[in-house]
Ligand binder design. Structure first.
Ligand code: MRU
Length: 354
């Protein structure tokens, strides 16, 4: 079923790597002006990179946080297990507090923490290498999941023009992307005519990151400002909309970049299929409805400025980084285990066997 390997789908390197005691990230604050890898050597710096959006996108945040713990495991000078556990749980707490909405962060951190707790009785050296190994597994599994989503998505999406919002591409994951993988497989198979990229104010992940990475891989695209999406749909120029997700809950409601909800409502009005693409690590069955998802509010400067230029007087702002799209607007959820259709509550349970 997997017709392509990652290296056949993108020229980009992995966005999140871990080599010789360093977390290596593509610096997403510098794009599209400059492509640069940054090397990070401490848990505090990893936390800062996540908070400041130097690395962003739900799966990328999860993998980076796991590598943050791997960094600690390799570098800690703890003389005994008690000292090490104190440092480990402190690092876990620091990383956990970085961003609240994307559940992949907590999923990845808890995966490493649970493993450490299961192996509490092992030697310190064994525990250190288990942590590093688990972080690598999280990253590798993300790439495999994206590859599977790419193939599942490309099979069911109509041929033609696709619109996307924010960046759920390779940069937002370890490699390939969720939406990014679907687009790349579609492109390979001649199914993608044109990609519409929403610029995605206020932080411009669409303009700065999606436009950059898809252009880099030769995907034909047109960049639009967010307020143009409705008109483009009305003109019959969009055949499907695919977006990522930061958290999908038990009834199928999901949080994604602010502006996703408006697109979903517009898609329904125009009869355009609307999908979210996300790995199982983005599904949070502990929450029943989207109303329970914590939504991050970000600094006012993101609204008051654009590309470093002040564009408004110093007034009060409201800056929610995400919104929640009710499941009634969703055509389906493309996961790494297949595509889930309504009724979402029942079918998500079936998929996850809970
Ligand atoms: O604030 P960001 O840039 O981290 O928000 C990213 C998104 O909303 C993405 O669509 C989502 O994380 C999915 S990434 C595969």
């Amino acid at each position: 079923m997997m017709r392509y390997k990652p290296e056949e789908l993108t020229k980009l390197p992995r966005s999140v790597q871990f080599k010789s005691g360093k977390v290596i990230l593509i610096d997403q604050l510098l794009l599209p002006r400059e492509f640069k890898l940054v090397e990070i050597g401490s848990v505090r710096e990893v936390a800062r990179a996540i908070k400041t959006l130097q690395v962003r996108g739900a799966p990328a945040i999860g993998a980076t946080a796991a590598y943050g713990l791997a960094l600690l495991a390799e570098k800690s000078r703890a003389k005994n297990k008690d000292e090490f556990f104190d440092e480990f749980f402190e690092a876990y707490d620091v990383l956990k507090k970085t961003r609240p909405t994307a559940v992949n962060l907590f999923w990845a951190l808890n995966r490493v923490k649970n493993l450490v707790e299961e192996h509490r009785e092992d030697s310190l050296d064994e525990i250190r290498s288990l942590i590093v190994g688990e972080a690598h597994k999280i990253a590798d599994e993300d790439v495999e999941a994206n590859l599977r989503m790419g193939h599942f998505g490309a099979e069911i999406l109509p041929e033609g023009n696709v619109l996307t919002h924010c960046n759920a591409g390779s940069l937002a994951t370890v490699h390939l992307g969720t939406v990014g993988a679907v687009l790349r497989v579609m492109q390979k198979e001649g199914k993608l005519n044109l990609l519409w990229v929403d610029e995605t104010r206020p932080v411009l992940q669409g303009a700065r990151l999606s436009a950059w990475e898809y252009n880099y891989d030769g995907i034909p695209l047109k960049l639009i400002s967010d307020n143009m999406a409705g008109f483009v749909m009305q003109q019959g120029k969009v055949d499907a909309i695919i977006v990522g997700a930061d958290r999908i809950v038990a009834n199928g409601d999901f949080a994604n970049k602010i502006g996703t909800y408006s697109l979903a409502v517009l898609a329904k009005e125009h009869g355009i299929p609307f999908f979210t693409v996300a790995p199982l690590s983005t599904i949070d069955m502990s929450l029943k409805s989207g109303k329970e998802i914590p939504i991050e509010e970000r600094p006012k400067e993101e609204i008051l400025t654009c590309g470093g230029c002040r564009i408004a007087p110093d007034v009060d702002v409201y800056n929610p980084a995400f919104d929640v799209t009710p499941h009634k607007y969703l055509t389906g959820i493309i996961t790494d285990r297949g595509v889930v259709y309504p009724p979402f509550e029942r079918n998500l349970k079936k998929l996850l066997k809970v």
